[in-house]
Design a protein around this ligand. Structure first.
Ligand SMILES: Cc1cc2nc3c(=O)[nH]c(=O)nc-3n(C[C@H](O)[C@H](O)[C@H](O)COP(=O)(O)OP(=O)(O)OC[C@H]3O[C@@H](n4cnc5c(N)ncnc54)[C@H](O)[C@@H]3O)c2cc1C
Length: 376
C-alpha cells in the first residue's frame, strides 16, 4: 500500500492482545485507524507465549493500574467470552502455603486482593484443600473462584474482527521505524519489504510489547531518563505427561517470588497440565526451553504436588516478560502515559505490559480510548 501523503487519525503500533483490544475499542467508521505489525500475522510474541490465565487481581500492591485493570479486565473478559463465543473456563485457583511463614504471606495476599477489589476470595484450611484437590499438599490456601483460563488466540481474533468490521486496517509485515513530531500530530515511517512509507497521524499508540521502549525512543524520548527501559525476563514451561491423569481441577500456585508468580500448575482448555513459568533475566528473546531446568521445576512442583515424578515432565514452551523492573528491583506498575509533559501530546506509550496484560486488555483499551478522545 502506498502511504505517501496518507492522513490517518490513529496509528496503533503492535498487533498483540493489547494493540488489538485498543483497535477494537477505538474502531469507528468516523475515524481512520491503522494497526502496524512487523510480524507476518498478529500475536506471535508475548500474547501467544503465556499461561492464558484470566487473573483475579490479587497480587498487585503499590501498582494501582495493574490492580484496577486486572479486576476490571477479569469481569469484562468473562462478558466478552460469552458475547463473542470465545472459549474459556472458570477453573478457579488456589495459592498454597507450604509452611507457617507462607500461611502469613497467603493471609497478606488475601487482604491485598480484597483491597484491590478482587472477587471470590476465601482463605481455606488444609482439609478444605484436600476436599477440593486431593493430590495437593499444603498447610492452608487462598481460593480464588474468579480465576479462569481463556483461548488467547480466540480473544485476539475476536478483537481483530471487531476492529476490521468497523473499518480499521491491520497491516502485517509493517515495522514502524520512525516517529517524527509535526506542528500537529506525527509523521510515522513504516518499513514494508525494504521500502519506507510515511503516514501522518494525529495519535500514536505504542503497544510494541518487548520493544515498546525502542519505539518510544524513536519519538525522541530518553528511555533511561523516563524510566522506560524494558528488561527481558524469560519464563519456561514444562508439560506434565497426560498419562499421569488429571492431578488437579484448579490452577495451583505457590506463594509468589520476586519477579514472577512462582512455578505453578496451569491447565489449558483441553485439560492438559503444565508447570511454569520460571524466571530468568536474559538479554535476547528466544523461546527455547533448557532441559537442564527439569530439576528446578520438579522440586518446585513436588512441594505441593507430591505425586509428581521427574519423568512426568518435559520441556514445553517459553515466553519473555517485558519488565520495567530489572533484576533485584522493586515490583513495577504498567506505564500508560500520554506524553504531553514531554512535548509529545497524542503519543500514548504502553510500556511494561507484562502479566496481567492479557487479563487487563479490555480494561486498558477502555482507558486508552478515554486518553485518545481527550486529544482528538
Ligand atoms: C511467561 C508469561 C506468562 C504470562 N501469563 C499471563 C497470564 O496467564 N495472564 C495474563 O493476564 N497475562 C499473562 N502474561 C502477560 C501477557 O501475555 C502480556 O501482558 C500481553 O500478551 C502483552 O500484550 P502486548 O500486546 O502488549 O504485547 P505483544 O504480544 O508482545 O505484542 C506487541 C507487538 O508489537 C509488535 N512490534 C514491536 N515492535 C514493533 C514495531 N517497531 N513496528 C510494528 N510492530 C512492532 C510485535 O511484533 C508484537 O506483535 C504472561 C506473560 C508471559 C511472558
Amino acid at each position: 500500500m502506498d502511504f505517501m501523503s496518507s492522513e490517518i487519525h490513529i496509528c496503533i503500533i503492535g498487533a498483540g492482545v493489547v494493540g488489538l483490544a485498543i483497535a477494537a475499542e477505538l474502531a469507528s467508521p468516523d475515524r481512520k485507524v491503522f494497526v502496524f505489525e512487523r510480524n507476518r500475522t498478529f500475536g506471535l510474541e508475548t500474547s501467544s507465549h503465556n499461561s492464558e490465565v484470566i487473573h483475579a487481581g490479587i497480587y498487585y500492591q503499590d501498582a494501582p493500574l495493574k490492580a484496577r485493570f486486572c479486576v476490571e479486565g477479569n469481569r469484562l473478559l468473562y462478558e466478552i467470552c460469552k458475547k463473542y463465543h470465545i472459549r474459556y473456563k472458570n477453573t478457579g485457583k488456589i495459592i498454597v502455603a507450604a509452611d507457617e511463614e507462607e500461611r502469613r504471606e497467603i493471609e497478606r495476599l488475601y487482604y491485598q486482593g480484597l483491597k484491590n477489589g478482587a472477587s471470590g476470595l476465601s482463605l481455606i484450611t488444609r482439609s478444605e484443600i484436600k476436599r477440593l484437590e486431593p493430590n495437593v499438599e499444603a498447610v492452608s490456601g487462598l481460593l480464588s473462584t474468579s480465576t479462569g483460563i481463556i483461548d488467547s488466540h480466540g480473544l485476539m481474533r475476536s478483537y481483530m474482527g471487531r476492529a476490521v468490521e468497523k473499518g480499521t486496517d491491520i497491516l502485517f509485515n509493517s515495522e514502524v521505524v520512525g516517529i517524527e513530531k509535526l506542528g500537529i500530530g506525527y509523521r510515522v515511517s513504516i518499513r514494508q519489504d525494504g521500502n519506507i512509507s510515511l503516514v501522518t497521524t494525529a495519535i500514536v499508540v505504542n503497544c510494541a510489547g518487548l520493544y515498546s521502549d525502542k519505539v518510544a525512543a524513536l519519538a525522541g524520548i530518553n528511555i533511561e531518563q523516563a524510566g522506560y527501559k524494558i528488561h527481558f525476563c524469560k519464563g519456561e514451561y514444562f508439560a506434565i505427561d497426560p498419562r499421569v491423569g488429571r492431578l488437579v481441577d484448579r490452577l495451583i500456585y505457590p506463594v509468589p517470588e520476586q519477579a514472577g508468580k512462582g512455578i505453578h500448575i496451569t491447565l489449558n482448555l483441553e485439560g492438559q497440565m503444565k508447570l511454569g513459568p520460571n524466571t530468568q533475566w536474559v538479554n535476547t528473546v528466544d523461546y527455547s526451553v533448557d532441559e537442564n531446568h527439569r530439576e528446578g521445576f520438579y522440586t518446585a512442583a513436588k512441594k505441593y504436588l507430591p505425586a509428581i515424578r521427574r519423568e512426568d515432565i518435559s520441556p514445553d514452551f517459553a515466553g519473555v516478560r517485558p519488565k520495567l523492573q530489572g533484576p533485584g528491583d522493586e515490583f513495577h506498575d504498567f506505564v500508560i502515559h500520554d506524553e504531553s509533559d514531554k512535548g509529545l501530546p497524542g503519543l500514548i506509550n504502553l510500556i511494561g505490559i507484562e502479566s496481567p496484560g492479557l487479563t487487563s486488555s479490555p480494561a486498558i483499551a477502555r482507558y486508552v480510548k478515554g486518553m485518545v478522545e481527550e486529544q482528538l
